[in-house]
Design a protein around this ligand. Structure first.
Ligand code: ADP
Ligand code: MG
Length: 317
Protein backbone atom coordinates (compact mmCIF):
# COMPACT_ATOMS: atom_id res chain seq x y z
CA UNK A 1 0.00 0.00 0.00
CA UNK A 2 1.46 3.39 -0.95
CA UNK A 3 1.47 6.54 1.20
CA UNK A 4 -1.73 8.01 -0.21
CA UNK A 5 -3.71 4.76 -0.14
CA UNK A 6 -2.57 4.29 3.44
CA UNK A 7 -3.87 7.72 4.51
CA UNK A 8 -7.14 7.17 2.65
CA UNK A 9 -7.65 3.67 4.02
CA UNK A 10 -6.55 3.99 7.65
CA UNK A 11 -6.70 7.62 8.69
CA UNK A 12 -9.37 9.48 6.72
CA UNK A 13 -12.19 7.14 7.86
CA UNK A 14 -11.41 7.52 11.59
CA UNK A 15 -10.97 11.31 11.62
CA UNK A 16 -14.07 11.86 13.82
CA UNK A 17 -15.75 14.94 12.38
CA UNK A 18 -16.56 17.93 14.57
CA UNK A 19 -18.82 20.72 13.39
CA UNK A 20 -16.08 23.35 13.91
CA UNK A 21 -14.00 21.85 11.08
CA UNK A 22 -14.26 23.71 7.76
CA UNK A 23 -12.12 21.02 6.09
CA UNK A 24 -9.72 18.37 7.40
CA UNK A 25 -7.65 15.58 5.83
CA UNK A 26 -7.18 15.91 2.05
CA UNK A 27 -5.95 19.45 1.50
CA UNK A 28 -2.50 20.96 2.00
CA UNK A 29 -3.70 22.34 5.32
CA UNK A 30 -6.76 21.89 7.49
CA UNK A 31 -9.10 24.75 8.38
CA UNK A 32 -11.02 25.09 11.64
CA UNK A 33 -13.31 27.62 13.27
CA UNK A 34 -12.02 29.25 16.49
CA UNK A 35 -14.92 30.76 18.49
CA UNK A 36 -14.56 34.54 18.99
CA UNK A 37 -14.13 34.44 22.78
CA UNK A 38 -11.40 31.78 22.74
CA UNK A 39 -7.68 31.52 22.21
CA UNK A 40 -5.99 28.60 20.47
CA UNK A 41 -3.62 26.35 22.48
CA UNK A 42 -1.06 24.36 20.47
CA UNK A 43 1.26 21.63 21.71
CA UNK A 44 3.37 18.89 20.15
CA UNK A 45 4.54 15.61 21.69
CA UNK A 46 6.65 12.92 20.03
CA UNK A 47 6.89 9.25 20.99
CA UNK A 48 9.96 7.38 19.78
CA UNK A 49 10.20 3.57 19.68
CA UNK A 50 12.67 2.32 22.30
CA UNK A 51 12.46 5.60 24.24
CA UNK A 52 8.77 6.17 25.04
CA UNK A 53 7.43 2.74 24.15
CA UNK A 54 8.69 -0.63 22.94
CA UNK A 55 8.09 -1.50 19.29
CA UNK A 56 6.81 -4.88 20.54
CA UNK A 57 3.80 -3.16 22.16
CA UNK A 58 0.37 -3.51 20.60
CA UNK A 59 0.07 -0.68 18.05
CA UNK A 60 -3.36 0.06 19.60
CA UNK A 61 -1.65 1.02 22.87
CA UNK A 62 1.01 3.11 21.16
CA UNK A 63 -1.58 5.20 19.31
CA UNK A 64 -3.81 5.53 22.35
CA UNK A 65 -0.97 6.69 24.59
CA UNK A 66 0.28 9.17 21.99
CA UNK A 67 -3.13 10.85 22.07
CA UNK A 68 -3.32 10.78 25.88
CA UNK A 69 0.03 12.53 26.42
CA UNK A 70 -0.97 15.22 23.96
CA UNK A 71 -4.36 15.71 25.63
CA UNK A 72 -2.55 15.99 28.96
CA UNK A 73 -0.62 19.06 27.74
CA UNK A 74 -3.89 20.83 26.93
CA UNK A 75 -5.33 19.72 30.31
CA UNK A 76 -2.27 21.24 32.03
CA UNK A 77 -3.13 24.62 30.49
CA UNK A 78 -6.77 24.21 31.65
CA UNK A 79 -7.96 24.02 28.05
CA UNK A 80 -10.26 21.80 26.01
CA UNK A 81 -8.64 19.53 23.36
CA UNK A 82 -10.19 19.79 19.88
CA UNK A 83 -8.00 18.94 16.88
CA UNK A 84 -5.03 16.71 16.25
CA UNK A 85 -2.46 16.23 13.48
CA UNK A 86 -0.36 13.09 13.19
CA UNK A 87 3.22 12.93 11.96
CA UNK A 88 3.75 9.22 11.49
CA UNK A 89 7.14 7.70 10.61
CA UNK A 90 7.03 3.98 9.86
CA UNK A 91 9.81 1.51 9.03
CA UNK A 92 7.38 -0.34 6.73
CA UNK A 93 3.75 -0.24 5.61
CA UNK A 94 2.33 -3.17 7.58
CA UNK A 95 -1.48 -3.29 7.26
CA UNK A 96 -1.97 -5.44 10.38
CA UNK A 97 0.03 -2.99 12.50
CA UNK A 98 -1.71 -0.02 10.88
CA UNK A 99 -5.14 -1.51 11.53
CA UNK A 100 -4.38 -1.79 15.26
CA UNK A 101 -2.80 1.66 15.32
CA UNK A 102 -5.81 3.22 13.58
CA UNK A 103 -8.23 1.48 15.98
CA UNK A 104 -6.36 2.79 19.05
CA UNK A 105 -6.22 6.24 17.52
CA UNK A 106 -9.90 6.16 16.64
CA UNK A 107 -10.97 5.09 20.15
CA UNK A 108 -8.81 7.77 21.78
CA UNK A 109 -10.14 10.48 19.44
CA UNK A 110 -13.71 9.56 20.30
CA UNK A 111 -13.04 9.42 24.02
CA UNK A 112 -11.94 13.09 24.02
CA UNK A 113 -14.16 14.38 21.19
CA UNK A 114 -11.02 15.13 19.19
CA UNK A 115 -10.74 15.26 15.39
CA UNK A 116 -7.79 14.09 13.32
CA UNK A 117 -7.47 16.94 10.82
CA UNK A 118 -4.22 16.11 9.03
CA UNK A 119 -0.69 14.85 9.29
CA UNK A 120 2.31 13.60 7.44
CA UNK A 121 3.39 10.04 6.66
CA UNK A 122 7.02 9.12 6.08
CA UNK A 123 9.35 6.12 6.14
CA UNK A 124 11.98 5.82 8.89
CA UNK A 125 12.43 4.58 12.49
CA UNK A 126 9.02 4.20 14.19
CA UNK A 127 8.07 7.61 15.59
CA UNK A 128 4.70 9.15 16.39
CA UNK A 129 4.57 12.90 16.55
CA UNK A 130 1.28 14.61 17.25
CA UNK A 131 0.30 18.25 17.38
CA UNK A 132 -2.79 18.96 19.41
CA UNK A 133 -4.88 22.10 19.22
CA UNK A 134 -7.18 23.12 22.02
CA UNK A 135 -9.40 26.00 23.04
CA UNK A 136 -9.23 28.17 26.12
CA UNK A 137 -11.49 31.14 26.98
CA UNK A 138 -9.43 34.28 26.31
CA UNK A 139 -6.90 35.05 29.10
CA UNK A 140 -7.85 31.96 31.12
CA UNK A 141 -4.88 29.69 30.28
CA UNK A 142 -3.08 28.52 33.41
CA UNK A 143 0.66 28.85 32.89
CA UNK A 144 3.76 27.69 34.73
CA UNK A 145 4.76 31.20 35.72
CA UNK A 146 1.98 32.27 38.09
CA UNK A 147 2.92 30.61 41.40
CA UNK A 148 3.42 32.98 44.37
CA UNK A 149 4.97 32.39 47.82
CA UNK A 150 2.28 31.00 50.14
CA UNK A 151 0.34 29.24 47.36
CA UNK A 152 -0.56 25.64 48.19
CA UNK A 153 0.79 22.93 45.88
CA UNK A 154 -1.62 20.17 44.83
CA UNK A 155 -1.34 17.01 42.77
CA UNK A 156 -4.40 15.56 41.09
CA UNK A 157 -3.85 11.87 41.87
CA UNK A 158 -1.65 9.10 43.18
CA UNK A 159 1.82 9.01 41.67
CA UNK A 160 4.52 6.46 40.89
CA UNK A 161 2.64 3.58 39.25
CA UNK A 162 3.83 4.35 35.71
CA UNK A 163 7.48 4.51 36.83
CA UNK A 164 6.96 1.21 38.66
CA UNK A 165 5.60 -0.31 35.43
CA UNK A 166 8.78 0.74 33.62
CA UNK A 167 10.84 -1.01 36.32
CA UNK A 168 8.67 -4.12 36.01
CA UNK A 169 9.54 -4.35 32.29
CA UNK A 170 12.99 -5.52 33.45
CA UNK A 171 11.63 -7.86 36.16
CA UNK A 172 9.87 -10.90 34.65
CA UNK A 173 9.37 -12.54 38.08
CA UNK A 174 6.92 -9.87 39.32
CA UNK A 175 3.36 -10.95 40.22
CA UNK A 176 1.24 -10.88 37.05
CA UNK A 177 -1.72 -9.06 38.68
CA UNK A 178 0.52 -6.29 40.01
CA UNK A 179 2.24 -6.01 36.64
CA UNK A 180 -1.06 -5.68 34.78
CA UNK A 181 -2.32 -3.07 37.22
CA UNK A 182 0.66 -0.76 36.85
CA UNK A 183 1.03 -1.41 33.09
CA UNK A 184 -2.50 -0.07 32.79
CA UNK A 185 -1.29 3.16 34.45
CA UNK A 186 1.61 3.38 31.99
CA UNK A 187 -0.48 2.60 28.91
CA UNK A 188 -3.64 4.47 29.84
CA UNK A 189 -2.79 7.52 31.94
CA UNK A 190 -5.84 9.65 32.60
CA UNK A 191 -5.28 13.21 31.29
CA UNK A 192 -7.09 15.52 33.69
CA UNK A 193 -9.31 17.49 31.34
CA UNK A 194 -11.97 17.13 34.04
CA UNK A 195 -10.09 19.74 36.12
CA UNK A 196 -10.01 22.47 33.44
CA UNK A 197 -12.84 24.66 34.70
CA UNK A 198 -11.61 24.52 38.32
CA UNK A 199 -8.05 25.33 37.30
CA UNK A 200 -9.21 28.28 35.20
CA UNK A 201 -11.09 29.60 38.19
CA UNK A 202 -8.63 28.91 41.02
CA UNK A 203 -5.11 27.92 39.93
CA UNK A 204 -2.12 30.26 39.73
CA UNK A 205 0.14 27.77 37.90
CA UNK A 206 -0.05 24.21 36.56
CA UNK A 207 1.98 21.53 34.79
CA UNK A 208 1.43 17.90 33.89
CA UNK A 209 3.77 15.38 35.50
CA UNK A 210 5.64 13.63 32.70
CA UNK A 211 9.22 13.63 34.03
CA UNK A 212 8.68 13.09 37.79
CA UNK A 213 7.21 15.37 40.47
CA UNK A 214 10.53 17.03 41.38
CA UNK A 215 11.52 17.97 37.82
CA UNK A 216 8.05 19.16 36.86
CA UNK A 217 7.34 21.13 40.04
CA UNK A 218 10.77 22.66 39.55
CA UNK A 219 9.63 23.92 36.12
CA UNK A 220 6.82 25.82 37.86
CA UNK A 221 9.34 27.19 40.39
CA UNK A 222 11.83 28.30 37.73
CA UNK A 223 9.17 29.96 35.59
CA UNK A 224 7.55 31.61 38.61
CA UNK A 225 10.91 32.55 40.19
CA UNK A 226 10.02 30.90 43.50
CA UNK A 227 10.92 27.77 45.48
CA UNK A 228 8.79 24.95 46.88
CA UNK A 229 8.54 22.88 50.02
CA UNK A 230 6.93 19.46 49.65
CA UNK A 231 5.34 17.93 52.77
CA UNK A 232 6.94 14.51 52.55
CA UNK A 233 4.09 12.61 54.24
CA UNK A 234 1.42 14.24 52.09
CA UNK A 235 2.67 13.05 48.70
CA UNK A 236 -0.02 10.69 47.38
CA UNK A 237 1.83 7.51 46.42
CA UNK A 238 0.24 4.55 44.66
CA UNK A 239 -0.19 1.58 47.05
CA UNK A 240 1.86 -0.80 44.90
CA UNK A 241 4.77 1.65 44.78
CA UNK A 242 4.75 1.64 48.60
CA UNK A 243 4.51 -2.13 48.63
CA UNK A 244 7.46 -2.66 46.28
CA UNK A 245 9.66 0.24 47.37
CA UNK A 246 8.84 0.75 51.06
CA UNK A 247 10.67 3.80 52.42
CA UNK A 248 12.19 4.53 49.01
CA UNK A 249 8.76 4.87 47.33
CA UNK A 250 8.95 8.66 47.31
CA UNK A 251 12.17 8.53 45.28
CA UNK A 252 10.30 6.88 42.42
CA UNK A 253 7.56 9.49 42.64
CA UNK A 254 9.94 12.44 42.83
CA UNK A 255 12.24 11.32 40.03
CA UNK A 256 10.23 8.87 37.88
CA UNK A 257 7.76 10.16 35.34
CA UNK A 258 4.89 9.30 33.05
CA UNK A 259 2.00 9.63 35.52
CA UNK A 260 0.32 12.48 33.62
CA UNK A 261 -1.44 13.74 36.73
CA UNK A 262 -1.37 17.52 37.17
CA UNK A 263 0.66 19.49 39.68
CA UNK A 264 -0.79 22.95 40.33
CA UNK A 265 -0.80 25.80 42.81
CA UNK A 266 -3.78 27.50 44.47
CA UNK A 267 -3.51 30.84 46.32
CA UNK A 268 -4.04 30.19 50.04
CA UNK A 269 -7.18 32.32 50.33
CA UNK A 270 -8.88 30.29 47.58
CA UNK A 271 -7.99 26.81 48.89
CA UNK A 272 -11.09 26.24 51.05
CA UNK A 273 -13.47 27.22 48.26
CA UNK A 274 -11.49 25.19 45.70
CA UNK A 275 -11.66 22.07 47.84
CA UNK A 276 -15.36 22.59 48.54
CA UNK A 277 -15.99 22.84 44.79
CA UNK A 278 -14.00 19.64 44.12
CA UNK A 279 -15.86 17.77 46.84
CA UNK A 280 -19.21 18.86 45.40
CA UNK A 281 -18.10 17.25 42.13
CA UNK A 282 -16.62 14.10 43.69
CA UNK A 283 -13.04 14.92 42.68
CA UNK A 284 -10.06 14.35 44.97
CA UNK A 285 -6.85 16.36 44.70
CA UNK A 286 -4.05 16.27 47.25
CA UNK A 287 -2.47 19.33 48.91
CA UNK A 288 1.18 18.40 49.38
CA UNK A 289 3.31 21.45 49.72
CA UNK A 290 3.71 25.20 49.71
CA UNK A 291 5.41 27.70 47.42
CA UNK A 292 8.08 29.79 49.14
CA UNK A 293 10.18 32.76 48.15
CA UNK A 294 13.55 31.06 48.76
CA UNK A 295 14.53 29.21 45.60
CA UNK A 296 15.09 25.47 45.26
CA UNK A 297 13.07 22.37 46.00
CA UNK A 298 12.78 21.12 49.57
CA UNK A 299 10.92 18.45 51.50
CA UNK A 300 9.63 18.71 55.03
CA UNK A 301 10.25 15.27 56.55
CA UNK A 302 8.13 13.42 59.12
CA UNK A 303 10.42 14.65 61.95
CA UNK A 304 10.06 18.26 60.78
CA UNK A 305 13.53 18.52 59.27
CA UNK A 306 13.91 20.24 55.91
CA UNK A 307 15.91 18.45 53.23
CA UNK A 308 16.82 19.74 49.77
CA UNK A 309 15.64 17.57 46.87
CA UNK A 310 17.46 17.03 43.60
CA UNK A 311 15.36 18.26 40.69
CA UNK A 312 16.55 15.57 38.30
CA UNK A 313 13.93 13.74 36.28
CA UNK A 314 13.79 12.12 32.90
CA UNK A 315 15.94 14.05 30.44
CA UNK A 316 16.65 13.06 26.83
CA UNK A 317 20.14 14.61 26.64
P1 ADP B 1 1.45 17.07 1.15
O1 ADP B 1 1.23 16.86 -0.31
O2 ADP B 1 1.18 18.46 1.60
O3 ADP B 1 2.73 16.51 1.65
P2 ADP B 1 0.32 14.70 2.02
O4 ADP B 1 0.26 14.08 0.70
O5 ADP B 1 1.42 14.33 2.94
O6 ADP B 1 0.28 16.24 1.85
O7 ADP B 1 -1.01 14.44 2.78
C1 ADP B 1 -2.25 14.46 2.13
C2 ADP B 1 -3.32 14.75 3.14
O8 ADP B 1 -3.34 13.69 4.08
C3 ADP B 1 -3.07 16.02 3.90
O9 ADP B 1 -4.33 16.62 4.16
C4 ADP B 1 -2.46 15.55 5.18
O10 ADP B 1 -2.76 16.44 6.26
C5 ADP B 1 -3.12 14.19 5.37
N1 ADP B 1 -2.26 13.24 6.10
C6 ADP B 1 -1.04 12.77 5.74
N2 ADP B 1 -0.57 11.87 6.62
C7 ADP B 1 -1.53 11.74 7.56
C8 ADP B 1 -1.65 10.98 8.75
N3 ADP B 1 -0.70 10.15 9.17
N4 ADP B 1 -2.77 11.13 9.47
C9 ADP B 1 -3.73 11.99 9.09
N5 ADP B 1 -3.69 12.71 7.99
C10 ADP B 1 -2.60 12.61 7.22
MG1 MG C 1 1.19 20.02 0.30
Amino acid sequence: MDEFALIKHFFKPISNARNDIIFGIGDDAACVEVPPDYHLLISCDTLVAGVHFLSTWDAYDIAYKAVLVNVSDIAAMAGKPCWLTLGLTLPESNPIWLQRFAKGLSDALRKFNLSLIGGDTTRGPLTISMTIHGLIPKHCAVRRNGAKPGDIIFVSGELGAAALAVEFLQQPQVDIKDRQLVMQKLLRPNPRVDLSTYLQQYASAAIDISDGLAADLNHICEESQVGACIFFDSIPIHALVKQYHGKQASQLVLHGGDDYELCFTIPKQKVVEFQRELKRNNITCYPMGEIQSSRGLWTKQTDGSIVQVSTHGYNHF
